[in-house]
Design a binder for this molecule. Sequence first.
Ligand code: ZN
Length: 334
Amino acid sequence: MQNNINNILSIDVEDWFHILDSPAVPKIDTWGDLPLRAEASMDKILTMLAESGTKATFFWLGWQAERMPQLVKRCQEQGHEIASHGYGHILAYQAGHRAFAEDIRRAKAILEDITGQAIRGFRAPGFGITDKAAWAFDVIKSAGYEYDSSVFPSSRGHGGIADSPLGSYYIKTDSGMLPEVPMSMVDIMGRRLSLFGGGYLRLAPQRLIRWGIRQLHRRNEPLIVYVHPREVDPQHPRLPLSLARRFKSYINLKSTMPKLQWLCKNYSFCTMHELIEDFVRAFYSETVNNIPVVDMTTGKAANKKVAMPKPLRPEIIEYNPDKKVKKEVKLEDH
Ligand SMILES: [Zn+2]
C-alpha cells in the first residue's frame, strides 16, 4: 500500500456549532455563551498524531484560536502546520468582498500573533468559494496568504467549483499567482466522487477509501483528507437541522477516529506547506509540464478554464533548483 506519495491530513479547527447555512446555527454574538468542546477533541487528535508520528495541517478559525491560544501553540510545538480558516466562519459569497477581506486578515493577524510565524495557508469555511465568488482568490492572495485550499472540485450545498481541475494548480488572480490545493476527488466514469472528508469519509467503507486513494496515487496526486474536531466527538450536542443536514453532519461519527488511525498507519503524510514547496519545484522542473493555471482574474471569472501552458516561468516565481534548500522557495510574485 505504501508508495512515495506524501498525503495531507487537514483539520478545520472549529467547534460543534460551526455548521453553515441553516437558521438553526447560532449567531456569532452568542457563541461565547455556548460550551466549547473542540479542546477535548483536539487532544484526541493530537495524541493520535503524536503516537503515529504524523504531521498535519490545522486550519484554525480565528475565533476559536482566540479562545484557546495554548492549543494553537501545542499544535505548533508538535510540528504541525498552523493555517487559517478565517475568523467568524463566514461564506465568501454571502459576506461579500469587504467583509470577507476583513475576516481573513483578522484571522491571519491573530494566528501570527499567537504563533510568532507567518501563516501561509487558507481554507474558506464550507469550501464557500464558487464561480460567482472568484474574486475571493484575489482577496486571499492580497491578504498575504501563500496558498489556498478552498476549492471543492464538485458541486455541493454551499461552495464547490464543479469543473475545476483535479490535483494542485495555480490560480491567476489580479494580485498574482496563488497555488491551489483542492480537495481530492475520484473520477468514476465522468462523475466526481468525494470519499476523503467530512460525511463522505465517515460513510465510505474502508475498502472503498483504499480503492479511491489508489486512483489518486495513480494520477500522481496526494490524498487530501479533511476533518473537524467535532467529528471525533460523537457525544457533541446536536443542532436542530433539517433531516438531510442532520444526516450529513452527524452520521457515523464513531468511525472518524478509527479511519484516521488507519490512514496514519498505512500512508505517509506531510504538511500542506511542504506539499506546496514540492509543487512549486515541480512547476519549474524540466520534466513536469502538465500543471494547469486557472484564470480567476476579476474580469474573467467566466473564463476560468483558460489554461496557460507554463509560459510564466521565472518572472513569476523565483526558484533556483540548484539551491536544494526548501526554505529558498519563494511563492511571492514579482
Ligand atoms: Zn469550517
